[in-house]
Design a protein around this ligand. Sequence first.
Ligand code: AMP
Length: 421
Amino acid sequence: MQNFKEFGLKKELIKALDTLGYEKPTLIQQKAIKPIIDGNDIIACAQTGTGKTAAFSLPILNDMERNGNIQALILTPTRELALQINENIREYKKHLKLKSVVIYGGVKQGMQVRALQQGADILVATPGRLLDLVSQKYIDLKNITFFVLDEADNMLDMGFIHDIKKIIKLLPKQRQTLLFSATMPQEIKELANSLMHNPIEVSVAPVSSAVDTVKQSLYYVDKSKKLDLLLEVMDDKRYHSTLIFTRTKHGADKLVKKLKVNKFKVAAIHGNKSQNNRQRTLAEFKEGKINTLVATDIAARGIDIDDLAYVINYEIPNIAETYVHRIGRTGRIGRAGEAISLVDNEEKAFIKDIQKLMNKKIMVIENHSYPLKKKAIVTSKTNSQKNKSNFNKDKKSPFKTDGNKRKSRRSNYKHSKSHKH
Ligand code: AMP
């Protein structure tokens, strides 16, 4: 399908897509929309950034008439993703008389309850708040005809499996189920089998797609010099939209303080910030009032920012898949993107795992002011050694060789040829 009209979508939806500037369906939309319209259950392997929200929302909106009962339930692991999906749905249904409501935890329930009392046709929800409002009888799920489980792998990673099972028991057996997941581990397949009958499997952009589209590089650096190096690396990037990852909330706050001292327009986004604070920060980021965002992994899930220029891994995740998720925040829908990692001695093993998962070497940037020193020098600091290591500062790091660099370039070339879009 080369354009949305060929799916037989309502003219109100086509008009909304025109306004949004969606010229042609993305690959996941080309593969999933028709089978969903035809009434099939779907199990789709697709990452955020592939256009999956429209892939499940458009057929649902196309099939629905306003009746004030919740007919579609879209379950997501994070509040940010719930808000993002609801925002997209609101755009798509702009010319239709349908009501969509979003509910999530971390804020008072009053406003959400009032919205529900006006009669929602579509409900976007995180599991905890959904069960909470169901138990208070504000929500009735017996009229559900569409059930979407989004980012199913993240749902399981975040420990939502019991909540999901409880929710499924509340749904009518006669329904259409659409499961989306960036990865398809055995657990997800088992969940899918328990949820649906003969689902159609569609798959685009395996988890490695960002690996191919995003330009990746890494700098080896002493832990104590990471901030200095970050400032050097960011020197010409500070006015571009950049997402910096830290491993901990505390680390994020600390880094924000330091960047503020250096006159960055920066804010942190993590689990200790109130929901309102997070939303305000995201809005400011989208408007360009802030251009550097420091985030932890969980907070960053579901953030959808167009034209994010850089992802910087200030700390390297110990789970290789997380790295791939992180770099996927840039280079959306074929746009250029760049991911830069600052790697200290302790994180070298993580890089090894990441490269293994990607089946690709990350380019090492050797020419910088803070090359990694040999561990022996770092641990046994006598004054004379300190001076010596300072003296050696501008020399090439002993850990890298030109041969290594050549190899990584070759491997980058090989992988860019197998780029899938
Ligand atoms: P998603 O994977 O649903 O998070 O979508 C990622 C981004 O792609 C969002 O900003 C969407 O608005 C955008 N998008 C989705 N479908 C299309 C399309 N067919 N053409 C252009 N942009 C799209």
